[in-house]
Design a protein around this ligand. Structure first.
Ligand code: DQA
Length: 145
């Protein structure tokens, strides 16, 4: 089972960026958590981060035929990007959405998730733990579908 984890803009600044919202662990800690979770669960993983919408669209397109499923935190593009939604729908790989913060309790402009419309499940407000849960859910989903 080969999983692609995609992180959108500003997530490379984890630990520095608004720590009260996103925590004090840095991006390297997130990558370690993802890799360790996948190692323990017997899954292969690639972790990708970009601040550029088109690069994320390209990565989703390239996932076709290479990966079995996607875990994605599109960050701010969650609330704006029909292009990322369309890319997820185009490749039709099972995808799970993650948000570190609880976006449901934040500003109105964060209440829409375009990418989420193409995802089988969303985890939010669990901090980095949300990625672990998303990966384990995706494993279970891929085994049963
Ligand atoms: C986020 C929530 C988004 O609204 C925000 O733009 C982010 C991070 C999260 O993980 O909580 O950059 O996706």
């Amino acid at each position: 089972m080969n999983i692609l984890v995609i992180n959108g803009p500003n997530l490379n600044l984890l630990g520095i960026r608004e720590p009260d919202l996103y925590g004090r662990q840095d991006y390297a800690a997130l990558v370690s958590l993802v890799e360790e979770t996948c190692r323990q669960a017997g899954m292969d993983v690639e972790v990708f981060q970009s601040n550029h919408e088109g690069a994320i669209v390209d990565k989703i397109q390239e996932a076709l035929g290479k990966f079995d499923g996607i875990v994605i935190n599109p960050a701010a593009y969650t609330h704006t990007s029909v292009a990322i939604l369309d890319a997820l729908k185009a490749v039709a790989l099972p995808a799970v959405e993650v948000h570190i913060s609880d976006v449901s309790q934040r500003e109105d402009f964060r209440q829409i998730s375009y990418a989420g419309m193409a995802c089988v499940k969303t985890y939010m407000g669990l901090g980095l733990e949300g990625y672990r849960q998303a990966l384990l859910y995706l494993k279970e989903y891929l085994q049963t579908h």
